[in-house]
Write a protein that binds this ligand. Structure first.
Ligand code: ATP
Ligand code: MG
Length: 752
């Protein structure tokens, strides 16, 4: 009831300023706060009892207590809620204002503003009052809260300081005694900011109509709310969504693929090129013609109605009978999530199979209720529980066994581990990490899976976590912390589960999966991660289409592209279920390409999404060169020689990786721009294949110490007493409980 009364006032307030949603919510909080928090500052029996401030405000708003019903309603609510009210001495039931300038705080901000505006020059104030007022306005102009709230009335963050400065000048010029005294009484802080803010709003509405209008149209053009309405065709369809929900190795993708292969026309959307290639091979092997489409390669199979693609490449124009979106939980990925969101909302398919863990199930349910799509949930269990081997490797890589996959989280560590294992044992190691081309990863995977050779141990990064079906008996975590671009952090539980889930795949040589750590100290963390329930993500990623950026650019004509991206992320509006995907890498490329003249906005946008390692100066140099040639309408040359042979040391290996990435970028660009501008596609493909081959050969003989691509290496978190391992993410008592129950040699079954 109290809320209803307060919102009545708010409705009145907001009806004067339509769209002042956030301001009204702020006021709502404020009023509700007063309704529930305002208590007499002195006991009710005190003769100087101060009436709760909100009642004061209402009395001032309508002193006769006659005109507006809501005053009474709110008043009675306050009384019901236990707020006491004094009767006046002469016995009438009116309320009495007894304290200094409190009544000022209760006045309608519009009245206060008008009174200030229409008043002659303000009164002189004492030096001490001046000092307080200056401080109040200083803190107001720096207030993140006020700046943020001002967005609701279309005062942009960049204009806020100017508006606040003008407001201050206006106030100092016009302000009479009562308002300044009231402010001085409040002193610098939240209360003064909250009192000033609505007056500031009135001031801005009157003083800056053009700025507000301009900012408003800019904001409207950066509106990313209701993304499901961006796909009217998909909305017009009644789609059936089938969520294959379960942990790793539970048959989700397998089951979804059955429906896909039976369909007349189908699309499979993969998180990785490698997985798209695997499905492409598998489906064709089953006699269903299927083409392949990734950013870098198009393999058209004649007569095919099926396509396996990477999720970024999915077409929302084509109509399909069946679509699969694999690893749907990637919708919540902070960099790439937008691609999954777009596929889910935009795919024109009668039946869409989503495969993934349950972490986005709730949000998919919500989307389906919004879109009207039918949702059908299929829940799965792991074929066999994953077993944690509590003995660990006791810190000694000599305890590695055939079929082990040792997981490390940096290229450097991967090569260190490979070197150590090959030096200290008779095992030979294959390696898989993100910087390797998919072809080389696949070659390494085949080498490891094949039993007729000496390569029986795999050393891999988290790149092994998704998709590949490998003959892994046991996953051994070399460490459970990794560099996140800023500092060393514990590997998130969801990723630990995903990686550990690679052990013991159905149909592999080792259907019973094991997981453990190199060091005993890490074991608790592994167990905790595997026991952790799946996250429940409430937001998924979104990124604007080029058309949306273009519309926004129309509102900011003289702004560079990097600045435009910055402004867009500052000003875009999103619904509560979405976040804007991080795009630091896009901005970095945009900055570099700023000096290239003659690129259209669309060209710039597309160049910024090219797959480039922004930490590799050589790759960045090639991208700049490609963009420069393109902008001059010149045929873009590869301008890169073939290496003489396989690598003999880590520097040469890094150079091979780098060259392959540049070729991969060339191929990507050739598929995203006018083909005639990238005339050396065939040559680039041949070179890429040869380099992938050389990389494979190099890895087989690799037995050298790794080097870093860049000088700046992540610093491990070192304490005085040495390297600090990731701390438990579960409460301490839980850890202690586990310590008691998990003894070396004991096997604990944990479903991952
Ligand atoms: N019904 C089945 N008959 C035969 N093999 C199956 C069956 N179900 C799954 N498999 C095999 O089990 C392995 C794991 O299945 P699948 O890849 O579908 O698991 P998943 O749940 O998608 O795992 P992840 O989460 O790791 O992607 C695959 O090699 C798959 O071919
Ligand atoms: Mg799968």
């Amino acid at each position: 009831m109290a809320g209803g009364s307060a919102s009545h006032i708010l409705r009145k307030y907001s009806s004067r300023h339509c769209n002042v949603i956030r301001v009204s919510s702020l006021l709502s909080n404020r009023c509700l706060h007063h309704c529930t928090q305002s208590k007499p500052s002195k006991p009710p029996n005190s003769p100087n009892f101060v009436i709760p401030s909100l009642i004061n405000r209402l009395i001032c708003y309508n002193p006769q207590f006659k005109l507006l019903n809501f005053d009474k309603l709110l008043f009675s609510t306050l009384v019901e809620n236990g707020d006491s009210v004094l009767h006046s001495e002469n016995g009438d039931s009116g309320l009495k204002v007894v304290a200094g300038y409190e009544h000022v705080g209760a006045r309608d901000p519009l009245d206060v503003y008008r009174a200030l505006r229409d008043s002659p020059e303000g009164k002189k104030r004492t030096q001490s009052d001046w000092d307080v007022l200056i401080e109040i306005f200083r803190s107001f102009s720096k207030s993140g809260w006020a700046s943020n709230q001002a967005l609701a009335v279309y005062i942009g963050a960049s204009f806020f300081p100017t508006a606040a400065h003008n407001f201050r000048n206006f106030f100092f010029k016009k302000c009479g005694d009562d308002v300044s005294k009231y402010l001085v009484e409040l002193g610098p802080g939240d209360a003064a900011e909250r009192f000033l803010f609505p007056i500031f709003v009135e001031f801005c509405l009157e003083e800056f109509p053009n700025e507000i209008k301009r900012f408003r149209s800019m904001i409207d053009s950066a509106d990313l709310t209701k993304p499901h309405t961006w796909f009217p065709f998909a909305r017009a369809m009644k789609r059936k969504i089938i969520y294959h929900c379960g942990p790793t190795n539970s048959g989700k993708t397998y089951n979804a693929l059955q429906g896909f292969m039976e369909a007349k026309k189908g699309i499979y959307c993969s998180p990785l090129r490698l997985l798209a290639m695997e499905v492409f091979d598998k489906v064709n092997a089953h006699g269903v013609y299927c083409s392949l489409l990734t950013g870098q390669e198009k393999k058209h199979v004649p007569f095919s109605n099926h396509i396996a693609c990477t999720v970024e490449m999915v077409s929302t124009d084509e109509i399909y009978d069946v679509a699969i979106i694999d690893e749907i939980q990637m919708m919540s990925d902070r960099y790439r999530g937008y691609a999954w969101t777009r596929a889910l909302l935009g795919l024109k398919a009668d039946e869409i199979h989503l495969c993934g863990d349950p972490s986005v199930l709730n949000i998919v349910r919500k989307f389906c209720s919004e879109t009207g799509d039918e949702l059908c949930e299929n829940h799965y269990e792991r074929f066999k529980p994953l077993v944690v081997e509590a003995k660990t490797l006791l810190g000694d890589l000599r305890n590695v066994r055939s079929g082990d996959c040792v997981v490390a989280f940096s290229r450097r560590e991967i090569f260190e581990v490979k070197l150590a294992i090959e030096k200290q044992t008779n095992h030979r190691c294959c390696v898989i990490y993100g910087a390797l081309p998919p072809e080389t990863r696949r070659q390494q995977a085949t080498l490891f899976n094949d039993q007729d050779n000496e390569f029986d141990v795999l050393v891999a990064s988290d790149a092994v976590g998704m998709g590949l079906n490998l003959n892994i008996r046991r996953v051994v975590f070399y460490t459970l912390s990794k560099y996140n671009g800023d500092k060393i952090v514990p590997v998130p539980a969801s990723q630990v589960k995903q990686i550990a889930g690679r052990a013991g795949r159905r149909g592999s040589l080792y259907p019973d999966g094991l997981a453990t750590t190199l060091h005993f100290e890490d074991l608790d963390y592994l167990i905790e991660c595997l026991k952790e329930p799946f996250d429940d993500f409430t937001k998924v990623g979104l990124f604007p289409f080029f058309e949306q950026v273009e519309l926004f650019a129309g509102k900011l004509p003289n702004v560079t592209f990097p600045k435009l991206l910055e402004k867009f992320s500052e000003n875009c509006r999103l619904d509560g279920s979405y976040f804007l995907c991080q795009h630091e890498h896009v901005k970095k490329v945009a900055n570099m390409l700023e000096k290239v003249q003659g690129l259209s906005l669309e060209d710039r946008f597309n160049f910024c999404f090219a797959p480039v390692n922004i930490r590799d100066p050589k790759a960045m140099h090639h991208l700049l060169r490609f963009a420069s040639s393109y902008s001059q309408n010149l045929p873009v040359s590869i301008a890169m020689g073939m290496p003489k042979g396989s690598a003999n040391n880590d520097t040469e290996l890094l150079a091979l990786e780098s060259k392959h990435q540049v070729l991969s970028m060339y191929l990507w660009l050739s598929h995203h721009f006018k083909e005639e501008t990238f005339p050396y596609v065939k040559k680039a493909e041949a070179m890429a294949t040869d380099i992938a081959d050389l990389l494979g050969k190099s890895l087989i003989k690799a037995c050298w110490k790794p080097e870093s691509r860049t000088q700046a290496k992540p610093k491990p978190l070192v304490k005085k007493d040495g390297y600090e391992r990731p701390r438990s993410i579960i409460k301490l008592h839980e850890t202690k409980r586990l310590e008691k129950s998990v003894l070396p040699g004991h096997l604990e079954k944990v479903a991952a």
